[in-house]
Design a protein around this ligand. Structure first.
Ligand code: FAD
Length: 384
């Protein structure tokens, strides 16, 4: 508790303290006891989504008139931090609440917002976003999943891969080619997949970390989705919509990284004060002290950058380049710091029953998804 007790994020308020207490209690009670089981079944229980909705933790930044919590991104950040603090790497909360719901709120027609947001807030609908394809990840302009107009429906063919919430999702935003080559031919088509012909979930992908998260392939074979389900009612807007939402998507990864580092350092300090070698605590060795002093400093540096970005974002002033800086820097440091912390645990650090081992495996993907760190640097460099 050392790291966080001496520092308070400048965007925190008393109301957010209450949200934090609520989220902490929820994750400790409803999530922590299930981690091993979720890891084995490669998904959280479906009812967990409804429980999170019931607790008021889903879609906190969506206005109350659409069933949300009426809060801000800060509310979502607090929930993500408490999820990270609980060591829950299974629940696809951020995709659902901080990516899918904002897309619908920001770009949806009034009818779409009324239809989908309240159900996302209760957990009746679970959201996913399907961009990545086997042949195109970073290079979004080359996506091939196609939507051919036939009467008042799109006939969608193609496949997506690495889709978070792939088992439970029943409201999926699919980046679909409805027009010509390039970015201008892409649309966000929202598929309501319960009972939808032509929709198939592929295998659950086996990952090196986050075993409880349902990451899947999705297949579309002549899948008919009403034309009215194109987000915002207008074709060809996907690229602009995606670009506009990227700062928040990058920031949420940085938020998780900052908390992940703090948790790792706290756990390692506690271990180093307890574990004995050569007749004294690990913490008495100068090397351990120096390693942890450096890791704590790195964690604080990332924290202040992320807090700056959260403040800018709350003011509506977070630019894409700064968000990219936060994403690459926070995730690089997260992986470095967790690796160094793991070393302090010795062989126990390599055992999955120790949270540091799971955190190490989970952290690695942070440098890859949400736009790889190489793409982040390209984006930053373009603004120099
Ligand atoms: C656990 C997990 C969950 C995910 N969840 C989702 C999800 O919910 N929805 C979704 O749509 N996607 C999801 N993804 C996919 C993720 O966003 C992509 O993996 C990522 O965007 C990279 O795409 P790629 O894997 O095709 O790699 P590629 O684009 O093939 O990149 C391979 C390598 O080449 C580098 N590279 C590519 N282009 C350039 C360039 N211009 N300059 C320099 N280097 C370059 C990359 O940085 C990378 O190192 C998830 C991935 C994982 C692993």
């Amino acid at each position: 508790m050392q790291l966080t007790s001496t520092y308070r994020s400048p965007w925190m308020t008393e109301e957010l303290d209450d949200v934090r207490d609520l989220a902490r209690t929820f994750f400790e009670k409803e999530s922590v006891p299930n981690h091993d089981r979720w890891a084995e079944q490669h998904q959280v229980d479906r009812e967990f989504w409804n429980a999170a909705g019931q607790a008021g933790l889903l879609c906190m930044a969506i206005p109350e008139e659409y069933g949300g919590g009426g809060g801000t991104f800060a509310h979502e950040a607090v929930v993500m931090e408490e999820q990270a603090a609980a060591g829950d790497d299974a629940f696809g909360y951020s995709v659902h609440s901080t990516i899918v719901a904002p897309y619908i709120y920001r770009y949806g027609t009034e009818e779409q917002k009324q239809r989908w947001l309240p159900k996302l807030a209760t957990g009746e609908l679970v959201g996913a976003i399907a961009m990545t394809e086997p042949g195109a990840g970073s290079d979004l302009q080359n996506l091939r999943t196609s939507g051919r107009l036939d009467g008042d429906h799109y006939v969608i063919n193609g496949s997506k891969t690495f889709i978070t919430n792939g088992s439970h999702a029943n409201l999926i935003i699919i980046v679909t080619r409805t027009g010509d080559e390039g970015g201008k031919g892409l649309s966000l088509v929202v598929a309501e997949t319960d009972g939808l012909d032509g929709f198939e979930r592929g295998r659950v992908l086996k990952k090196i970390g986050m075993p409880g998260q349902d990451t899947r392939e999705l297949f579309f074979a002549d899948m008919r989705v009403p034309k009215d389900n194109v987000l915002g009612g207008e074709e060809g807007q996907a690229f602009i919509q995606l670009m506009e939402q990227l700062p928040q998507e990058r920031l949420i990864i940085a938020v998780a990284a900052a908390k992940g580092m703090e948790v790792a350092v706290e756990q390692t300090v506690a271990y180093a004060k307890e574990r004995q070698a050569f007749g004294r605590e690990l913490m008495k060795f100068q090397n351990t002290r120096f390693v942890l002093a450096e890791c704590a400093t790195e964690a604080r540096a990332v924290r202040t950058l992320v807090d700056h970005c959260i403040q800018q974002h709350l003011l509506g002033e977070l630019d894409a380049s700064t968000a990219s800086m936060a994403k690459w820097y926070a995730t690089e440091k997260q992986c470095e710091v967790i690796d160094r912390c793991l070393q302090v645990f010795g062989g126990y650090g390599y055992m999955l029953e120790y949270p540091i081992a799971r955190a190490y495996a989970a952290a690695r993907v942070q440098k890859i998804y949400g736009g790889t760190n190489e793409i982040m640097k390209e984006l930053i460099a373009r603004t120099l």
